[in-house]
Ligand binder design. Structure first.
Ligand SMILES: Nc1ncnc2c1ncn2[C@@H]1O[C@H](COP(=O)(O)OP(=O)(O)OP(=O)(O)O)[C@@H](O)[C@H]1O
Length: 561
């Protein structure tokens, strides 16, 4: 920024002295200037490196903080927020914010420094001329404020629409088999295109706003130069300005013009980043409605796992008007097996969710060994619970890694541990049949495995956890006889010595359970041994069993045909 000042001095020296007298001064000025240029270049290189790496560190921290904040949210939050949207926030929004704090911030700071120093130097060289020239600033500032607000709003809308498009794409690509089976590719393409069309409309509005703003700032830059020429010429004519001062002034005016362009880009990117950032801060600062890692821990040696539900009232947060449980009470003694039966949609899986503290009841208590689970640290409590669901979800990594996922610290699990539980879960033999054995990759959500294989791996995973409490959601879809036998045998081994709540669909499970509870209309209507419930001629259990027997007969009939 000092170059124009010295150049002005050089011109004045040349202009006012005979040529023989200027050589020394000229040499000194040029040496000084080249020193300044070298320092400037080095500073510039350092600036780029430091700002870029600092910016990238900010983006990394932003992503990590956001991911950990997402993982700590209560499950009800995920009922309302789509995965696609969260993925979009994590990747696209952070990238946009990242861009505005990396190259953009560094260029913006540079342009800002240049502009303020240039203005200072203008006042230093000629306050009169500077005051005249800077009369363009107030209208430009007003335009910038209006433009900034508009751009923030547009950027937020664009990111929201992009999130919707990502959500659609993520869901459809993830379920490509269903899309293909129903032949809905064309419809899905159209849906996606209409979503990205809207993003394009928003981008066009943004382009129009940018065109107007950049036009205005470009014009202001040029007007500054023009007004220097005009007013400067007049001042020079009245001997109030030297030719060197006018030259310096012109160069500063030119630099300020360039800085205004740089500042406009910076401002544009900053507003876009802030627009996208709004949602990011909301997510990062969101306090989970249920605690994540707070509360008391019970003594693991005396922990037995006796469960009791007392007068539970519950409605899902997304459907507060539908009361699912009214006065639900159930007691499961430590080490016993309770089978839960009831019509479809009566809330059997919801009981499992309440026990895992994915949701809290509106009123009533759930206790374990007499302690309200709301007092317990949920992170600790869940280490005491094992689950095997109807459709177990595996992660897209190796079989060994999926089994090790059951342990508190998967990195501490040995190959022997994994092989042992796989053996008990009747999974070892089919795993060994794969060429890669335990290193076989299972694909997204375990798609490369059959239903029975997935279940047995899920059982091995639960066995590794060695929980006191076991929550089983029996598969409704029929496995073939051999698979059914292998899964059942593995489940029987898994259940040994634990408190088990099993959502039962098979007659054999119901017969073998210590007691059976029938869930209907939001409460337990019958509870007792299989034979006792069957003896009640008007009970729902008897009706359900009759229906089940009928279904089993028709299945056999269909097979015979
Ligand atoms: N996350 C949710 N948000 C809102 N409502 C839900 C949610 N999950 C389930 N429901 C509703 O709660 C009710 C009970 O569902 P739940 O899955 O517990 O029934 P279920 O007895 O296990 O059914 P099935 O035997 O068919 O598996 C259903 O009406 C269902 O639509």
């Amino acid at each position: 920024m000092s170059a124009p000042f010295f150049l002005g001095k050089v011109i004045d020296v040349i202009y006012t002295n005979p040529i023989g007298d200027v050589t020394d001064s000229l040499t000194n000025f040029c040496a000084l200037l080249s020193g300044i240029f070298v320092c400037g270049a080095a500073a510039n290189a350092i600036r780029i490196y430091l700002m870029q790496t600092a910016g990238q560190r900010i983006v990394k921290r932003l992503r990590a903080t956001m991911f950990s904040s997402i993982l700590k949210q209560e499950v009800g939050f995920f009922d309302k927020t789509s995965t696609g949207e969260l993925i979009n926030r994590l990747s696209s929004d952070t990238a946009l914010l990242g861009r505005s704090v990396t190259e953009n911030l560094s260029d913006g700071l540079r342009a800002g420094a240049q502009a303020s120093f240039g203005v200072g130097m203008m006042f230093f060289v000629s306050p009169k001329l500077a005051a005249f020239v800077l009369s363009v600033v107030p209208p430009l500032a007003i335009i910038a404020v209006i433009y900034g607000r508009y751009l923030r709003k547009l950027s937020r809308m664009t990111q929201d629409s992009l999130a919707e498009a990502t959500q659609l794409a993520e869901e459809r690509i993830g379920n490509i088999r269903t899309v293909r089976a129903f032949g809905q590719e064309m419809t899905e393409m159209e849906k996606y295109t209409s979503k990205v069309d809207y993003v394009l409309q928003l981008a066009k509005r943004e382009a129009l706003a940018q065109a107007g703003f950049f036009g205005a700032t470009g014009l202001s830059g040029n007007m500054i130069v023009l007004s220097v020429l005009y007013k400067g010429g007049l001042l020079m004519g009245s001997a109030q300005l030297t030719v060197g001062e006018l030259s310096s002034f012109l160069m500063y005016a030119f630099w300020i013009g360039v800085s205004i362009k740089g500042l406009s880009s910076f401002y544009t990117e900053l507003m876009k980043g802030l627009g996208a950032g709004g949602r990011l801060w909301e997510l990062i600062e969101r306090k989970p409605e249920l605690p994540f890692n707070d509360g008391i821990v019970l003594n693991k040696d005396t922990f037995k796992g006796a469960l009791e539900f007392k007068e539970i009232h519950f409605a899902y947060p997304t459907r507060p008007e539908i009361s699912l449980f009214q006065d639900f009470s159930l007691s499961i003694p430590a080490g016993s097996v309770m089978a839960l039966v009831g019509p479809s949609g009566s809330g059997k899986s919801t009981i499992v969710s309440l026990l895992l503290r994915l949701y809290d009841p509106i009123s009533g208590t759930i206790t374990v060994d007499g302690v309200d689970i709301r007092q317990l640290n949920p992170l600790w409590f869940r280490t005491k619970i094992g689950t095997v669901s109807q459709e177990p979800i595996l992660f897209s990594c190796s079989i060994a890694e999926n089994i090790a996922y059951g342990a508190e610290d998967p990195s501490m699990v040995t190959v022997e541990d994994i092989q042992k539980v796989a053996e008990i879960a009747n999974a070892a033999s089919f795993i060994r049949d794969f060429p890669e054995g335990f290193h076989t990759l299972v694909g997204e959500k375990g798609i490369l495995l059959s239903g029975g294989q997935k279940q047995r791996i899920a059982i091995a995973r639960a066995l590794l956890k060695n929980p006191k409490i076991l929550l089983l959601d029996e598969a409704t879809s029929a496995l073939d006889a051999e698979n059914e036998y292998l899964v059942q045998e593995a489940l029987d081994r898994l259940m040994e010595g634990r408190t088990v709540l099993i959502i039962a669909h098979r007659l054999s499970t119901i017969q073998n359970a210590d007691s059976v509870a029938v869930l209907d209309q939001g409460r337990i209507t019958e509870c007792g041994k299989h034979e006792e419930l069957l003896a009640n001629p008007n009970g729902l259990f008897r009706k359900l069993m009759k229906k089940q027997a009928f279904l089993q007969n028709s299945k056999t009939f269909a097979l015979n045909v």
